[in-house]
Design a protein around this ligand. Structure first.
Ligand code: KG4
Ligand code: ZN
Length: 328
């Protein structure tokens, strides 16, 4: 059994996965406290992890009917993410590993999102193209095997989920904005406003900053009352621009790689119109169940199955990283 720990952002997560990839428990403690600030406050997130991680780990072990003695590996997200938040998970994992002698595996958060596709009982086997779109990251990867992937493109500025969240805020909708914006868009005309799709960004990279600014100016020009009256049209057109930008890059990635297999993950994978458009591409599509798409520790434990544990000295010296990636 593998214990996974994930604290890269605002969810305090622990999970137990077995060697075959079956998920025995997947505990996610979401920190509702950030809603009132309209976004995640790093310092608050780290303190919350500190208070709740031990309980989350106990809960995950209990639900899996496992004790520390059953563990063959302890897996922890090393980065990228909020460094203060990551450090809480890394310190807990190091302490558990040192105290029990169970080997420690350091996992990259983006690799974990890809590994969410490998869960039993229906693992999606490489090769495939993977789109991960969440509040913190948006990238396309070519996955050749379970041990890693090549990044084909990534956002140059905001993540797709961040674009949803910021757009929702401009339209007076609560945080997190994605699901609220999707609901507000129902019945709206997606062609009412022509928002940009970052057509000038070549290749497989994404950009959402221009779109965000376009919505800001449109709302300002309409005025508060008119923007409120046309909220469904604004939401539908804005959502359409994000979905279109994502789907166009996915299409290009499938063409460029000659692959007919696509996996999507991250919180934005829950978006209805995105899923409809993706389903129309003619590729074999795999979407992990929702609990594996958003941040969770089961995906961290899944990734650890195919990665080497650190030796004792490296485990004790393990540090978190905020941005970038490890050498692969
Ligand atoms: O993967 P996730 O739970 O956490 C991060 O790692 O960020 O993703 C959260 C993001 C948020 O930006 C949220 O607005 C977005 O996913 N999201 C959605 C939907 N549900 C969640 N975006 C669009 N449509 C949705 N239905
Ligand atoms: Zn994530």
């Amino acid at each position: 059994m593998i214990l996974g720990i994930e604290t890269s952002c605002d969810d305090t997560c622990a999970a137990v996965v077995d060697g075959g990839g079956a998920i025995l428990s997947n505990v996610v403690g979401s920190q509702g406290i950030h809603d009132r600030y309209g976004g995640v406050v790093p310092e608050v997130a780290a303190r919350h992890h500190l208070e709740h991680l031990n309980a989350a780990i106990d809960d995950a072990l209990h639900r899996a009917a496992a004790g520390l003695g059953h563990l063959e590996r302890i897996a922890v997200t090393q980065g990228p993410g909020l460094v203060g938040a990551l450090l809480v998970g890394v310190a807990a994992a190091k302490a558990l590993s040192a105290a029990t002698g169970v080997p420690l595996v350091a996992v990259d958060h983006l690799e974990a999102h890809v590994a969410a596709n490998f869960a039993a009982p229906a693992p999606f086997e490489p090769p495939f193209v993977c789109l991960v779109a969440s509040g913190g990251h948006t990238f396309l990867a070519r996955v050749e095997d379970r041990t890693g992937f090549a990044v084909l493109g990534a956002t140059l500025d905001d993540a797709a989920g961040e674009a949803f969240d910021k757009g929702a805020r401009m339209l007076g909708l609560p945080f997190p904005g994605g699901p609220h914006l999707q609901r507000a868009a129902e019945g709206g005309d997606p062609a009412a406003f022509a928002f940009p799709r970052a057509a000038g960004v070549p290749g497989l990279d994404f950009s959402f900053a221009g779109l965000k600014t376009a919505l800001l100016y449109t709302v300002r020009d309409l005025g508060e009352a008119e923007a409120a009256r046309r909220r469904a049209d604004l939401a539908a057109s804005y959502q359409e621009a994000i979905v279109d930008a994502l789907v166009r890059r996915v299409e290009r990635a499938l063409e460029a790689t000659g692959s007919g297999r696509l996996a999507i993950g991250g919180g934005v994978a829950a978006n209805g119109p995105l899923r409809e458009r993706i389903a129309g591409l003619g590729a074999v599509v795999h979407v992990p169940e929702p609990a594996l798409c958003t941040d969770n520790a089961a995906m961290v434990a899944l990734a650890a199955r195919d990665r080497d544990p650190l030796d004792r000295a490296a485990a004790l010296a393990l540090d978190a990283y905020a941005t970038g990636e490890r050498d692969r």
